[in-house]
Design a binder for this molecule. Structure first.
Ligand SMILES: [Zn+2]
Length: 255
């Protein structure tokens, strides 16, 4: 955690992920956040709920795990809104919270969950952020705070089949991403755990996570990639430069 800011206070960030539960950011876009932090950008996460409905672990454990994971990813700030897990929906009071944070954090890039997903909370956050993204630029909406509209809104791939608009090569921070996910000992596979088994605590889950990153990496000739969808086309300034390298030829052979 950087000395100049408190992790749980909204501070200016270049990229901010809004997610429903602690660990969603790590699973859905942890590599992109870690890469941003590693390359000098300021990255932040806003968790809507404390994950109190989870089968395993307590909200207190989740909070400590989320703070440890923030340290692994190199986040500048991580806010928890403390909204009710399992009951998130697109409503005015939640939009105002998101607009307030967008204006205080002033990100260029906002990441939200996929609009289609197995978890209703994820879809709710996606819908809330979709609306708040535009509202945050309207001066007369919450006039006490200066308006700020980020440059882009990206949605993660979620758990329903979808085609990404862009894929971020996260190969160089893959191990960091894994370490951040491993901070959530209450949620994922642990050999000595006595808690009930869930889909995400099954040992196979880690392989699915890796397989997903391999799958998107394959599209761009990278070892690991995180896919995102964007409602707008992704601008390319110089297509010749962009495509001047055969990507897989630069890959290091893994031992
Ligand atoms: Zn979640």
């Amino acid at each position: 955690m950087p000395e100049e800011s408190l992790l749980d206070q909204p501070t200016e960030c270049d990229i901010v992920a809004f997610m429903a539960h602690p660990d969603d950011a790590e699973l859905q876009c942890g590599g992109t956040l870690a890469l941003a932090a590693a390359t000098g950008s300021r990255a932040g996460v806003v968790d809507f709920s404390r994950g109190e409905l989870a089968t395993r672990g307590s909200p207190e454990e989740r909070a400590a795990e989320a703070e440890a994971a923030a340290g692994e990813l190199g986040l500048r700030c991580r806010i928890n809104l403390g909204l009710p897990d399992g009951h998130l929906e697109d409503r005015e009071e939640y939009r105002k919270e998101v607009v307030r944070l967008i204006r205080l954090m002033r990100p260029k890039v906002v990441i939200a969950p996929a609009l289609a997903d197995h978890h209703p909370d994820h879809m709710a956050v996606a819908a809330i952020v979709d609306r708040s993204f535009y509202l945050s630029g309207i001066a007369k909406y919450l006039p006490e705070l200066e308006p700020w509209r980020p440059n882009t809104l990206l949605h993660t791939m979620g758990t329903r089949p979808a085609v990404p608009s862009l894929v971020v090569d996260i190969s160089e921070v893959y191990e960091t991403r894994k370490k951040a996910i491993a901070c959530y000992g209450s949620q994922f596979y642990q050999e000595d755990s006595r808690e009930p088994q869930t889909r995400i605590s099954h040992p196979e889950f880690n392989n699915w996570v890796e397989g997903g990153l391999r799958h998107f990496g394959f599209f761009i000739g990278a070892s690991y990639g995180e896919g995102f969808t964007s409602a707008l086309p992704v601008p390319v300034r110089d297509p010749v430069k962009q495509y001047s390298v055969v990507p897989w030829k630069t890959l290091q052979r893994e031992s």
